[in-house]
Design a protein around this ligand. Structure first.
Ligand code: ZN
Length: 120
């Protein structure tokens, strides 16, 4: 397991630790928010989109909605799936910061449709 340096006392702790075993600070390796926003679009509006974070089911998102997740600092993967389409992205969480992504169904035209997912 990867070690991180505690932001408070400098001890080496497991990256997944929720508290530092030495000084007790919360999220010694840092934590931030991941905000996923679903743009309002007519295409695919009837489909709910299932969200998976790091392989774990994390709820669904409807058109025009947004969901916020508190995550440990570091790299994470998000998968979105709906209407028979899917997409995924690897994103980075930085301590004390919010990482924003937006998603929507693109128009089903001559170039084909898709479930778009990108930094917002
Ligand atoms: Zn510490």
């Amino acid at each position: 397991m990867a070690l991180v340096t505690c932001k408070e006392c400098g001890a080496e702790v497991a990256g997944s630790a929720k508290t530092c075993p030495k000084c007790g600070v919360s999220y010694p390796g840092g934590a931030g928010q991941f905000i996923l926003w679903r743009k309002t679009a007519l295409t695919g509006e009837m489909y709910a989109v299932q969200i998976t974070i790091d392989g774990q089911p994390a709820g669904e998102i409807k058109k025009g909605g947004s969901v916020t997740f508190d995550l440990l600092a570091g790299d994470h993967q998000v998968d979105v799936r709906g209407g028979g389409l899917s997409n995924s992205a690897v994103f980075q969480i930085l301590d004390g910061q919010a990482t924003r992504y937006e998603m929507h169904f693109s128009a089903f035209g001559i170039l084909g449709g898709g479930l778009k997912l990108k930094p917002a």
